[in-house]
Structure formats: C-alpha cells, structure tokens
Design a protein around this ligand. Structure first.
Ligand SMILES: [Zn+2]
Length: 394
C-alpha cells in the first residue's frame, strides 16, 4: 500500500488549459490517470502524495501528433535516404505524449509489421501510440491481408493512411478504389470503436481535393471518414480544405518549414486563417510529419534535396501562434482535443478527471519545462529524464 500511495503526485497551483482556460487548479495524479482536478487543494490532499508546486505555470494536455513516420520515412532517393526510427525523446521533449504512426511513399521496404512493432515499442517506452495500416499506395499494404481485419483485430491500428492522392508518388487511385477502402475503414471503425478514418496525403497536384469532393457527393459515407492532411502545402489547396471542413471533414495542417516565397502557408498562419474563416473550430488539427522526409522535387520528378520532419515543429508552431497574439485556449484544441476527437481517443487530449495523465508545463516564455506521459515524468525542468532503449543522455 505504501508504495502505491507514494506514486501519487499532486501538481499544485497550475493554470490549467484543459484546453479551455480553467484558471488555477490542483491536479492529483495516480495510476497513470488524473484522479482529481480542483481549485480546492484540501479536496485533493492525499497522504504520501509527492507535491509539485507549479507556481502558476500553465499546464496543457500533451500534444497528440496524428501523423508521424515513427519507423522513419523517406527512401525516395535511394536506400541510403531511408530515415531511421524517431527516438522517444524527440516526441517527449517536444510535448508529444501520443502519436499515430504512418507509412508513406516507401510502403515497399517498410510494412505494417515493422510499423506495428515500432508503435508497440513507443508504448513500452511510455507514450500513447497507434498507427494506420496501408501507406501511399493502392491496394494498401496490410498485415492480415485486409484493411478491415487489420483495424478490427490489431489493437494499435485505427485507420488507413497516409494514402496518397494528387501526387506523382501516388497509385493514381480511382474514385471507386478510394471508396472501397473508405468503406472498409468506416465499417472497421464501427466494429472496433476505433477512429475508422482514411487519412489522405495530399500532394502538389492540381487536382487537389477533387477526389474527396467527388467521394462526398457520390457515396453515403460520413464526411469524417475522409481526413486530408498537408492541406497547407499550397494556398489553393488550403482553401479547398476549409470548404471540406465546412462540409464535415476534419482537416490536418502539417507543421513543415515554409520558405517566404513558397506557395504554401506555414502551420501557424494556416491555423490562424482557418479559425478566422469561421469554419468549425473543432475540425482542424496539426501534425508534425516527424520522421518523414520533406523532399523538394523538380518538374521531372527528381528530388533536389531532402529535410526530415521533426515532432518539435508542433511546439514551435504553438509558440509562433502565441507570439502573434493568439490566445492559448483558442489554438490548443488543434494540437490536443480536436485530434483526440477525430481519432476517437476519448481519454486523451484533455486535462480532465479520469483522463490519461498526459500533461505539459509551459514557462512564461512558452518553453516546455516538464512533460508527463501516462502519469510518469519524461521531462523535468527542461531535461529529458526517461530515455528510449537506444537513446543516451547525450
Ligand atoms: Zn504525406
């Protein structure tokens, strides 16, 4: 008994953004969950709990990164360009406490088995982790041989993605191919209670969201099944995405670096424009594309150079939003509760009683100081304290 009591943690005097601004609260943590949340500290005093006085610092839900290449992506310019797996600390130090792994262009040397294994490894290391089956191509790569069986029978698999459209690297899927996959995902989501979404990679192609619009107008599937990402990679594509959000889709911004002269919106600018457009504030999310390659192609489809996406682009985007004058509670849902809702991760993405204790503390400069995942501190006073199997302190 004494041992379990000693595992209780009381985070006192924190300004809690749940993501809504709750004001000063005290948060009791135990068994990996939030046991209590109150403005009366006396209500939560538990003998033996370790108290952490936040001194008024802001607590926010851990970010849910709905799109990361946890196995490493890339491989688009020869075998040496295969990106290595993303280590635990790249997520936790960036405030990411839940992640959804995807396969991208290379669903040939990478497969659902290795993605599933890496997803389970991240769970073992202490963060929330799920994955999609499939990848860019059609028919989707699977583990069991069927999209439906993968989602229904493999615990971490919650949808299909990132399936590519409007991209020279895609399978150039037809509408009927897309609808068949979407229907399998939808039904598997119903059977399993999981997200059941078709997470769509949008390329630079002029066709943009055309296939998604046709899908919505020609079938009975709910709009939420179609979940486009990289919507800010072209300005015209972004406008199409806002229209789709008004029609019921949840759309996803990618926090990739954007140059001044590029026909793209940086993630912070895109979220601001989305919220100002009056589109539903709960149908927008931001993901990192961490571990993915960020290739730049010429018009012959040859790669000119490649960067790697990083989970830290999420906190950098949040910091940009805050310095531009946006309020924390207005932008936070795109990183937390909105992602939990579209992914049907009902006990994540919010600071609330009985939820998983995934919590990030921000200092007055909007820097991450402390990160708790599943009730365990992974980052304290700006230093990573829990390391993945092959990570070292340096
Ligand atoms: Zn992609």
């Amino acid at each position: 008994m004494a041992g379990s009591i000693a595992l209780l943690k009381l985070l006192s005097n924190a300004r809690v953004f749940a993501p809504e601004d709750l004001g000063i609260r005290h948060v009791l943590i135990g068994g990996g969950r939030i046991l209590g949340l109150s403005d009366q500290k006396d209500m939560l005093l538990a003998a033996g709990a370790t108290e952490y006085d936040l001194g008024g610092a802001r607590l926010i839900p851990g970010f849910i990164d709905g799109h990361a290449h946890v196995t490493g992506g890339g491989g688009e310019s020869g075998f040496k360009t295969r990106v290595p797996p993303v280590p635990l600390g790249h997520f936790t130090t960036a405030g990411v406490t839940s992640v959804v792994g995807v396969l991208g262009t290379d669903d040939t040397t990478r497969d659902t088995r290795s993605l599933l294994a890496q997803t389970l490894a991240l769970r073992d290391e202490g963060i929330g982790a799920w994955c999609h089956t499939g990848g860019y191509h059609v028919p989707p790569v699977t583990l069991t041989g069927s999209v439906r069986d993968d989602i229904v029978f493999l615990d971490p698999v919650i949808g299909v993605g990132e399936l590519a459209i409007s991209d020279h690297r895609s399978s150039q899927p037809t509408l009927s191919e897309l609808l068949r996959i979407a229907s399998d995902v939808h039904v598997a989501g119903m059977i399993s209670g999981k997200a059941g979404i078709l997470h769509l990679h949008l390329g630079d192609g002029d066709r943009g969201m055309d296939l998604v619009r046709r899908a919505l107008s020609e079938c009975e599937l709910p709009a939420r099944v179609f979940n486009p990402t990289h919507i800010n990679r072209r300005k015209a594509l972004f406008d199409e995405a806002v229209a789709l959000a008004n029609d019921g889709c949840t759309v996803d911004i990618t926090a990739f670096p954007v140059a001044e002269d590029e026909d793209a919106w940086a993630a912070d600018v895109a979220l601001g424009k989305y919220l100002d457009s009056g589109a539903p504030a709960d149908r927008i999310t931001i993901s990192s594309d961490g571990g993915g390659c960020l290739p730049v192609f010429n018009d012959k489809g040859e790669m000119l150079h490649m960067d790697i996406g990083r989970p830290s682009s999420l906190i950098e985007t949040l910091q940009e939003l805050l310095s531009s004058g946006r309020t924390l509670d207005s932008v936070l849902p795109a990183f937390t509760s909105n992602v939990a809702d579209i992914l049907r991760l009902n006990d994540r993405g919010r600071i609330r009683q009985d939820g998983v204790a995934d919590i990030v503390a921000l200092d007055s400069d909007n820097q991450i100081t402390d990160v708790m995942a599943g009730g365990t501190w992974h980052v304290q006073k700006g230093k990573q304290t829990v390391f993945g199997q092959f990570e070292t302190e340096n």
